[in-house]
Structure formats: structure tokens, C-alpha cells
Design a protein. Structure first.
Length: 367
């Protein structure tokens, strides 16, 4: 990246608070509400954020943190930071480049993107435009032969992992969207393609067994919230467990993802990597997730906000600030590397703010 390009990114926003302000400024009201909204009463969304904020740090002292190492690997790919960019079906609503802009940023920053089957451009166009390792996420809107065809095509296009979303048996009722008559771009695309969500509802453990028996590609199962399901996934040969309640956008009144994480991590017992998302918006939030057993943290709304703020350059800038926050939090916590993070560095405390999707940015109204 050229020095001039870096300076242009720097000038886009100086803080994550400004990133959120720019995102709201750039988006139409319907797209903004889709990005920050959730299912029905939005209780799951608020609970995600409340739970993240309820964990506070217990720092250790006199550890050498002159060099903080946060690099790792996921599915054979080097990861500059312990963060993945989750699938967003309507990312093209936030910036015209959509999935290809996210792909460029993920590749240039050195992390993995999970590309949604509902986003635009489609997975084959993204792979052709931005070659490199990434994961393909699929909603089952066709039968088994249809699924097999898409997995084979993704493998032929160079995808290094396949993600099956398991928490969308039916499409949730999202009251913000209903009241405005808003249909997200991903929904419009599915309708145009005659997508049939009944196939999602009929998924079983046999679906997992078929994928593992038929296709030679690492399998990620997204939407795991129960420790028994996590253990079953590992026994079935799943390669990555992804703890998620869909950002509060599916089951209303779900438990918080960070609260499900410790039991899931215990059930997995280090046999495969664990990813978690749901309410993680800042670098300190990422560190909390890692302390409680995650190997990587998904930052979906963060990704959408950064894209809305400035597309590729906005996402690159947002990730840079996020990395700075992770490194600072770990240094002040007394943790020189990812292996130093564990639950002894956290304890529960009363949250300081009324939880909301944007309560991670308390200065929004001050500037």
C-alpha cells in the first residue's frame, strides 16, 4: 500500500466512533435500520451487547509486553489479527462493491473473509476478481444435488473452507423492516432466484455427514449455541465451530453468544478452532472473547459499518484501529500473546451503559 493511500485512509476517520457516524450519514434509513436492527423485540441483540459489556478485565503486572504477538492461523491461512469477517448477505447495500470490496480488504489486511451466498457479486465472480483463500457460506435454498453443485463450484473457484449456517431454519420476523416495508438486498436476490428456505428447515445431522463424506473441504458450522451440539459437531468431523445467534437477527430472546462460549469451548476441548460473534464491536471486546475460549472473533456489524463509512478504504482503516485496540488491551492486561489469554483475566461486573447495538460507542452524541 502506498504512503499516499495510507494517508487517505487515515483521513477518512480517526476513531471507530467517527466510523459509525459516517456510516449513518451515508446510508438510507432502511439500510441503516437493517444494519443495526434485529429480530422482533431485538432482545437477543441487546443481550449480546450487555453480556460483552458485563465482563471486565483483571490485569496482571510485570509481564514483558514490549512485543505483543496476535498472529495465528485458521484453516492453513495466516491471520494478522484473530478476527474473521463474517458473511453479510446484503453487504452490497452498504457499498456498491459489496463482497468484492470486502474480499480485497480481507486479502490486503491478512485475514479471512466468509463470503455469503446471498451477497453480490456472487462467489465465483469474487473469486475471479480477488484470488486467494476465503470461506464460502451457503444458505440451503435447493436440494442436496443443488448443494453439492455449489460446494464443488466453490472448491473449483479456490475457496478453502465451506460454512453451513444452521440457525436459519426459517427466516425471522424483523419488526423494523416489517414496519417500513423494507426488503433487504439479500432477500430480493433470493426471491429473484426462486430461493426456497424449506431446505434450510429440513437440514439434519445427516446433512453434515453427507458433506463430510462427499467433499474434501474444511467444514464450518455456524449458529452453534449449545455445548451438546458443539460436541456432536466435533464428533461428526466438523473442522471449525462457529458460536453465533446471527447477531440477534434470528431467534428472539436467545442467550448471548459470549455466555454460550465458555461451555461450547469446554465441550470442544481444543480439538478444533472456535469462532464467536454477537455484540463484539471494539478491540477490547475481541480480547474478552479470546479470554473465554474463542480462537477468533467475527465482527459482522463492524464490517457493515466500516463498509458504509468508506468501502474498501473504510474497512481497512477500521481494521487498523481495531488492531491497535486489541494490542493496547492485551499489553495493559499483561498478555504478550494469544496463549496468555484465559478466563482468569476476566470477572463479571455491572454494565455501565444501557445496552444497545451502538453502546460500544458512548461518544456518538458528544461529537
Amino acid at each position: 500500500m502506498s504512503e499516499q493511500h495510507a494517508k487517505q485512509q487515515e483521513a477518512t476517520f480517526r476513531s471507530l466512533t467517527e466510523m459509525v457516524q459516517l456510516a449513518q450519514k451515508h446510508l438510507e434509513r432502511g439500510d441503516w435500520d437493517y444494519l443495526v436492527g434485529a429480530a422482533d423485540t431485538e432482545a437477543s441483540l441487546r443481550r449480546n451487547r450487555a453480556a460483552v459489556e458485563s465482563w471486565v478485565f483483571k490485569p496482571r503486572i510485570l509481564n514483558d509486553v514490549s512485543a505483543v504477538n496476535i498472529e495465528s492461523q485458521l484453516l492453513g491461512s495466516a491471520m494478522r489479527i484473530p478476527v474473521v469477517l463474517p458473511p453479510i448477505g446484503s453487504v452490497q447495500a452498504f457499498e456498491a462493491g459489496g463482497g468484492i470490496s470486502v474480499a480485497r480488504a480481507a486479502k490486503d489486511y491478512g485475514i479471512l473473509q466468509i463470503l455469503s451466498s446471498s451477497c453480490s457479486p456472487d462467489y465465483e465472480a469474487v473469486a475471479q476478481g480477488v484470488p486467494g483463500p476465503r470461506i464460502y457460506q451457503l444458505y440451503l435454498t435447493g436440494d442436496q444435488d443443488w448443494m453439492d453443485d455449489h460446494i464443488r463450484r466453490a472448491m473449483d473457484a479456490g475457496y478453502t473452507g465451506f460454512c453451513l449456517t444452521a440457525d436459519t431454519q426459517v427466516y425471522s420476523r424483523r419488526e423494523r423492516d416489517v414496519m417500513k416495508g423494507y426488503v433487504p438486498m439479500s432477500g430480493r436476490s433470493a426471491s429473484a432466484a426462486n430461493g426456497d428456505f424449506s431446505h434450510q428447515a429440513s437440514m439434519t445431522w445427516d446433512t453434515i455427514a453427507h458433506i463430510k463424506d462427499t467433499h474434501d473441504i474444511p467444514l464450518i458450522v455456524k449458529g452453534v449455541m449449545h455445548e451438546d451440539d458443539a460436541a456432536h459437531c466435533v464428533e461428526a468431523g466438523v473442522d471449525v465451530i462457529y458460536v453465533s445467534n446471527h447477531g440477534g437477527r434470528q431467534l428472539d430472546h436467545s442467550m448471548a453468544c459470549i455466555d454460550a462460549l465458555p461451555q461450547v469451548s469446554q465441550a470442544v476441548a481444543g480439538r478444533v478452532p472456535v469462532v464467536v460473534d454477537g455484540g463484539f464491536m471494539r478491540g477490547a471486546d475481541v480480547v474478552k472473547g479470546l479470554c473465554l475460549g474463542a480462537d477468533f472473533v467475527g465482527m459482522g456489524r463492524f464490517e457493515g459499518l466500516a463498509m458504509a463509512a468508506g468501502g474498501y478504504a473504510g474497512l481497512m482503516r477500521g481494521l487498523k484501529i481495531l488492531e491497535q485496540e486489541i494490542r493496547i488491551s492485551m499489553a495493559l492486561l499483561g498478555a504478550p500473546d494469544l496463549a496468555s489469554l484465559n478466563s482468569s483475566l476476566l470477572q463479571r461486573a455491572q454494565s455501565l451503559a444501557e445496552p444497545s447495538v451502538l453502546s460500544a460507542f458512548p461518544l456518538l452524541d458528544d461529537y
